[in-house]
Ligand binder design. Structure first.
Ligand code: F6P
Length: 606
């Protein structure tokens, strides 16, 4: 009826939505957006969905007329193309020639970036504009790794004279002083013992980034040396078994608990923090100094009262960060700095910051066609919104990056799992991939079958020229690292080229098996090759992925920096908790009444 009232003479549904398998929801959304288009025609000053722009349409047309007719097997033979489909920065080598894209695709994607004012949006982000518009906050994780001499103001407001970089370095100095004090024995536990165990309690962004970095440093030679005699564990899950596993064999007198929570209210973290406090009290007595000497907080400045209430010494054991640091972008703040510096020393954490800073500078200044995070972000949009690939994999050929896929999963899916544009209009294009991954070669023996023959998921291969520790066995002609890297180089070609029926036949395979052993290929990937996995390289990788996520959000016109989607589940869990409290207090016959019969039944079963 809305359509009729607008007196739209005729609606041509885009062919995209008439395809089988496209849900009703999608049709409704498309109609809604057509209505929106008509409104825009009457009010040209109103914002447009990016999919209505000519630059988007040109990409759709290019896909149909050129890319859909091509195969990576042929594209890869083009010398000129391959010479132009890589980018390099500070040791990072990105090869994107195995994307279903030509040089023309890249030009068209850059046109799209221009019409979306990508470079202005990046500037807005790094200069402190409040681009997180639903929370009215700046997004300044890049300031966390800026040089001491830089000046960055929230909302670009130099008049307030509130240079955030100065504050960042004040806190970093405080962290350096504190963590060195613990490591050299100036700061001791309640009973006078050295603090050698660190338990970092936090979840989501307050956990995954630091754990990713911890895993990198665990086997990195400098990391190994500096961690001698120390233990770092993470407690994230509210499952009591995680508590059990984390502290079972630790001596509380030698343990420092680091509570990492921006809001200092997250239910899981606070329950685990209370569990850890109880554990300390059980061993050392219920004295307020036990908490003051064994518990540290990393939280946002606005949580200081809650930190104090918990019993923490806010003058010496509280390391703040700011509301302009999003949880999943917070590893460069106290969130990562405190646990990592306690375990590995502040200097290694500083190298991590330097690596991230190097990529930040590149991201802010390099032209689009040479800019690694921008290229990766544009290809992300291309693969998801145009080619229709809904998932994407992170495949580090480095065991020490085993937690990178989980970090990227949260970073990306919490950031870009949205459907509303800045102007409150629902998108009619695909936004937000499902990210998953696993180190190679393990993944090859798990889900690679599907990657090769089932659904297509664009892959990010990440590898290193040198291993953290190579292994060369007597009598083997290649080292173990070469063996690993042989797979890193082979898999992208296997995915891209596939294997034709003729090739299978030429191998003498019996005729009836030929269809089963044919690979269609044409499956896209990028390869990131770097010199060696160090703290610095980990910082580079982190920043590349943070910026890729932001680029995609900017092109899609969504807010990559809020996370309202996790709220509803939290509210409903609170309702369930109240019902469980009532049930626990009542007699055995108590019947829980939930909001629907299904929930009522399962809760009573529990
Ligand atoms: O999952 C939602 C979320 O808010 C994340 O964005 C955040 O990193 C995590 O919870 C933990 O929040 P906090 O640091 O406030 O405990």
């Amino acid at each position: 009826s809305k359509v009729r009232n607008l007196q739209v003479p005729q609606i041509n549904l885009p062919t995209r939505i008439a395809q089988p398998g496209v849900g009703l929801d999608h049709h409704h959304r498309a109609i809604k957006n057509l209505v929106h288009e008509r409104i825009l025609q009457r009010h040209p000053d109103k914002p447009q969905l990016v999919s209505a722009k000519p630059e988007w349409k040109r990409l759709e047309e290019h896909l149909k007329s050129e890319i859909d007719q091509s195969h990576l097997r042929d594209l890869l033979q083009d010398e000129h193309r391959s010479q132009n489909m890589f980018a390099e920065h500070d040791g990072v080598y990105l090869d994107y020639s195995r994307q279903r894209a030509t040089l023309k695709t890249m030009d068209l994607l850059q046109d799209l970036a221009k019409t979306q004012k990508l470079e202005d949006r990046i500037q807005d982000m790094v200069t402190g504009k409040k681009i997180n518009f639903t929370e009215k906050r700046a997004v300044l994780h890049t300031a966390l790794r800026a040089d001491r001499s830089e000046k960055i103001y929230v909302d670009d407001d130099a008049e307030t004279n509130h240079n955030v970089v100065e504050e960042v370095h004040q806190v970093l100095d405080q962290i350096k002083f504190f963590t060195e004090g613990v490591r050299n024995g100036d700061i001791l536990g309640y009973t006078g013992r050295r603090l050698r165990n660190i338990i970092s309690v936090g979840i989501g962004g307050s956990y995954l980034g630091p754990e990713f970095l911890h895993e990198v440093l665990k086997t990195e030679p400098d990391g190994v040396n500096s961690a001698l005699g120390y233990n770092l564990r993470f407690l994230a899950n509210v499952d009591p078994i995680d508590v059990e596993r984390t502290c079972a064999d630790l001596d509380p007198e030698e343990t420092l608990i680091v509570i990492v929570s921006k809001t200092f209210t997250t239910a899981e973290t606070m329950l685990n923090a209370r569990a850890m406090r109880q554990w300390l009290w059980d061993f050392m007595g219920n004295d307020k100094d036990v908490v003051r000497k064994h518990v540290v907080a990393c939280a946002s400045i606005s949580s200081v009262d809650k930190v104090k209430e918990f019993g923490i010494d806010t003058e010496h054991y509280f390391f703040k960060f700011w509301d302009w640091v999003g949880g999943r972008y917070s590893v460069c703040s106290a969130v990562g700095a405190v646990p990592i510096s306690l375990m590995y020393g502040f200097d290694l954490f500083e190298q991590f910051l330097k690596g991230a800073q190097s990529v930040d500078k590149h991201f802010i200044t390099a032209p689009m066609e040479k800019n690694i995070p921008i290229i990766m972000g544009l290809l992300g949009v291309w693969n998801h919104s145009f080619l229709g690939y809904k998932t994407r994999t992170t495949l580090p050929y480095a065991e020490a990056l085993l937690r990178l896929p989980s970090h990227i999963q949260q970073l990306d899916m919490e950031s870009n799992g949205k459907v509303m544009t800045k102007h409150g209009i629902e998108v009619d294009y695909a936004v937000g991939e499902i990210d998953f991954g696993e180190p190679g070669t393990n993944g090859q023996h798990s889900f690679f079958q599907l990657l090769h023959m089932g659904q297509t998921a664009p892959c990010d291969f990440i590898g290193f020229c040198q291993s953290q520790h190579d292994l060369c066995l007597d009598g083997e002609s290649l080292s173990s690292h070469d063996e690993l890297m042989a797979n890193f180089f082979a898999q992208p070609d296997a995915l891209a080229n596939g294997k034709t029926e003729d090739e299978v036949r030429a191998e003498g395979i019996e005729e009836e098996l030929i269809p089963h052993r044919t690979f269609k290929g044409n499956r896209p990937s990028v390869s990131l090759l770097m010199p060696k996995l160090t703290a610095y390289a980990a910082g580079q990788i982190l920043a590349i992925y943070e910026h890729r996520t932001a680029v995609q959000g900017f092109i899609w016109d969504i807010n990559s920096f809020d996370q309202w989607g996790v709220e509803l589940g939290k509210q409903l869990a609170d309702n369930v908790k109240s019902q469980l409290i009532d049930a626990r207090k009542s007699d055995e016959d108590h019947v829980i009444k939930a909001s629907n019969p299904s929930s009522t039944r399962i809760l009573n079963y529990y």
